[in-house]
Every structure is written in C-alpha cells, then in structure tokens.
Design a protein around this ligand. Structure first.
Ligand code: EPZ
Length: 437
C-alpha cells in the first residue's frame, strides 16, 4: 500500500526552498561519464529517478557518494558499457546514457525503454541522430547496441525539438572528430544547464538555448563542480497547491526566468504573483477561474509537465476552459481521475480524423484537447496516480477538494518530488502518507 491522504481546503502559509531539478540533474549525471575524474553536484534532489541513475552509473564502474544534497561521481574507471535492463525499464531517461557512453567507450548497449502512461515515447530520434553521426546501431529484440570506433563531426537535423535527443546529440558529439552542428534543437533551460556543466569540465559548446548548437570533439580537462538549478515544475506544483488550498506562500531558489509561461497561467487563474530575484510570492485568489484556452508547447511555451497540474487548478475554479496537449499523446490520462472527484472534463483529438494517432509530437501540432466545465468544485474521492506529474496533480486536486481524497499508487510521485508530503505539511496542508504491505 502506498497512499497519500488529504483533507482539502486548508489554506497554506509559509516559505519553501525549491528542490533541485530532476530534468537537469539526470542528464548531468549521465554526462559525468565523459569525465575521467571526479564530478561534484550540489543541490541534488532526493528522488527515486536519481537513485536509478546512480545504480546505472555504478553498474558501469563509476563510484558515487551522496552526502545530503551533495553528490560526487568518480568516473575515472568506467569498465562496462551495458546499461542494465532492469534499470532501463524503471526509467525512460536511461536512454540519455547512450551518448556519453559512446563518446567515452566507443561502444554502448541499452534497451528500448518502452512507453509509459503519458505516451508511447519511442527513441527513434535518438537512434537516427547517432546514425547521422556515423555511429553503427544494431537493433535486435529490443536491444540496442552502438559501436563507433571513430566518428566525425557533421550536421545533424532533429525533426522535432526533442529534449532528450538534443541532450544525447550534444553528449555523443563530444566524442566525434571535429565540429558537429545540431539543428532543430530543444531550447529548454535543462539544455543550457547541461552545456554549462560541459563548460565546467572544459568542453566547449556554442548556442545552448537556441535551436542550433555547435559542439567540438574534445575530452574533459578539469573536475566540474556545479549546483543544480531549482526545479521549475516542482516550483509550479507547490504554487498550484497553494492556489487551490488558499493562503499565501513564498518559494525561494526558484528558476523564475524559466517559469514565465507557468506564472502567466497561474495569474490567468486569478493568482496574485510577485517575483524578486529567485523568490516567488503568491497569494491565492478567493475564487479561481478557468483559462479559456491553453496549449502545451516546447519551451518557452507552457510546459507539458505542468498540464495535468494546471488542469487540477482549473477544476477548482469556475467557468469553461480548453487545454490542448501537443507533446505527449497520453497526458490526459489523469482527467478520468479528476472526474471521479466531480470534475467535468471531456478529452478528444484536436483534429477530426486523428482518432487513434500514436504521437502528438511531430503531427501538425494539433494533439489532443480537454474541455473543462468547472464551477461545482471538487469533492474528495479514491483516485489512482498513473504517472509522475499526474500523481502530483491529484494531490493538488485533493488540496482543493471538499473532504478527504486518497491518492493510491503514489510511488510515481517519488520519482520527481523530494518529500512532497513533508513540504506540504510544512506549509499547513492536512496531508499524510500511509505506506506498507
Ligand atoms: C523530457 O522528456 C523530460 N524528461 C520530460 O519530463 C518532458 O515532459 C519532456 O522532455 C518534454 O519537455 C527528462 O528530461 C528526464 P522529448 P523527453 O524527447 O526527452 C516524442 C517529467 O514529467 N519523441 O522532448 O523524453 C515523444 O514521444 C518528464 O519530468 C519521439 O517520438 O521528451 C514526445 O511525444 C515527462 N521519438 C515528444 O517527442 C524520440 O526519439 C517530446 O519528447 C523522442 C521523443
């Protein structure tokens, strides 16, 4: 049993420091394989995906030491190049180890990570870019083997600004002879943070944060020591929690500049938000309202990871709204759980004739649409988390519902949130966790 019990509508007050970013620390941990020395990361979040990545690095021969939120990774003696299947199955982003492993070992073996409830999540973009770099990829029965004695820099073009594929391309390109130009890159802040980390180990790149990044083949020159930035999605989640529960909170250590679209959406729901440096102060409105139309897009647009969390906020408001998901085809799975709490959400393909399409990405950006008719508010219910952000969204919905909500399968939340229940308790939420057989 793994349940979170919530009594809704208890206003939240106080201050919370934002945890380190899951989607920044995972690629940095993978990139530490490039360095024949010791990497030090500060402000590492205590989440299960980090634990999974630690096991992957250790299985390859790295030595990882964690002291509270400081992590050192000694990758001087990497001796293996096969990522364990059991870890690949637990965490899709294990695919990000492929690029640095090829650059370091010239050979790497992993497996198709498979889909999850937010979508099919193929890795074809990753495979294609490695082949464009001249790396030989053998695929058989779900197993992927990459062999690259010597490969040369070239021009790679991504069909879709995939975050993970951009990260893999950058890391693999550091092992190429000469210059690689990656076109059609993702522009997420996590890409900028990855390139700053490479810079800290003496590997130069140009263009991070734009859709064109240049990478030169080179080896690391010094021990990198960096601090992981605040998690923009975790920050948005805690603001959403206070928005539905009522009250007034301040977040510190927040990556304010990369949260513009999220903060704008919360203001659209009636929240009063002020920012100063890395502090965000938010006062919940007496009555939330829905946003007439909102679409998830690639950065700097409204992030797909905030979609279900903002849907929860809108369900606690009043009015009609439409939310369009253009990145992951399965990301409205949590809508059915909100409906168990009294929400009135209907989901349909945004483009007639798209029924059954397998990926929202790369289509003509139409994706899927959720129509929300809010007004009666939410009531407590038994609900089940099916993915990380959907689980967090159900906790938010519970904080804004009348009565008790019980979120089952809440282990999904531990993948990306450090002590979410403890943090919400600190802010005055009536919430507790029950784990056991
Ligand atoms: C990263 O996933 C994040 N994960 C995701 O956060 C985030 O939602 C996503 O980027 C988009 O911002 C990490 O950074 C660890 P993509 P990633 O490649 O890299 C399709 C969370 O909750 N696609 O940009 O896997 C894919 O199916 C997680 O923190 C292919 O078709 O996302 C999706 O529809 C969830 N083929 C779209 O592209 C590929 O080879 C965007 O995926 C790769 C992706």
């Amino acid at each position: 049993m793994n349940e979170i019990h919530i009594l809704g509508k208890y206003p939240m007050y106080g201050e919370l420091e934002v945890q380190g970013s899951k989607n920044a620390v995972l690629p940095l941990m993978a990139a530490s394989l490039l360095h024949r020395g010791v990497t030090t990361l500060e402000h590492v979040p205590d989440i299960t995906d980090v634990g999974c990545m630690v096991r992957i690095l250790e299985s390859l021969g790295a030595v990882v030491v964690r002291e509270k939120s400081r992590m050192t990774i000694d990758a001087s003696c990497i001796s293996f190049c096969e990522i364990p299947l059991e870890e690949v199955c637990k965490m899709r982003s294990s695919i990000m180890v492929l690029g640095p492993l090829i650059a370091r070992m010239r050979r790497a073996v992993t497996y198709y990570p498979g889909g999850c409830s937010i979508g099919r999540r193929p890795v074809d973009y990753h495979i294609r870019l490695l082949r464009e770099l001249g790396i030989k990829i053998l695929e058989e029965d779900g197993r992927i083997e990459a062999v690259a004695e010597n490969y040369c820099g070239t021009v790679i073009t991504l069909d879709f600004p995939s975050v993970g594929a951009t990260e893999n391309a950058i890391l693999a390109a550091t092992g190429a002879k000469g210059e690689t130009v990656i076109c059609g890159c993702a522009r997420e802040p996590e890409i900028v943070e990855l390139c700053a980390f490479l810079q800290a180990m003496g590997i130069e790149t140009v263009g991070a944060g734009t859709d064109r990044i240049r990478v030169w083949g080179q080896i690391s020159k010094r021990d990198p020591h960096v601090r992981i930035h605040g998690d923009r999605i975790a920050a948005g989640t805690y603001l959403a929690a206070a928005a539905v529960a009522g009250g007034e909170i301040t977040l510190t250590g927040a990556p304010v500049t990369s949260m513009k679209a999220t903060l704008q959406a919360l203001c659209g729901c009636g929240c009063l938000i002020q920012t100063e440096g890395d502090h965000i102060h938010m006062k919940a409105p007496r009555h939330l309202r829905t946003i007439p139309y909102l679409e998830t897009t690639v950065y700097p647009g409204f992030p797909t990871d905030m979609q279900s969390i903002l849907l929860a906020v809108q369900c606690c408001g009043a009015g009609e709204g439409r939310m369009q998901e253009t990145i992951f085809e399965g990301r409205f799975e949590t809508a059915a759980q909100f409906n168990k709490m009294g929400a009135r959400i209907s989901v349909e393909s945004a483009l007639p004739g798209c029924e059954g399409c397998i990926s929202a990405a790369g289509c003509d950006g139409m994706g899927y649409i959720a129509r929300i008719q809010a007004g009666e508010g939410l009531h407590g219910a038994h609900v089940t988390a099916t993915d990380l952000r959907g689980g967090a969204a159900l906790v938010v919905a519970g904080l804004g519902a009348m009565g008790e909500t019980i979120v089952h399968q809440c282990h999904h939340i531990d993948r990306g949130y450090e002590d979410m229940v403890g943090n919400l308790q600190k802010l005055g939420a009536r919430i507790h966790r029950i784990t056991g057989t």
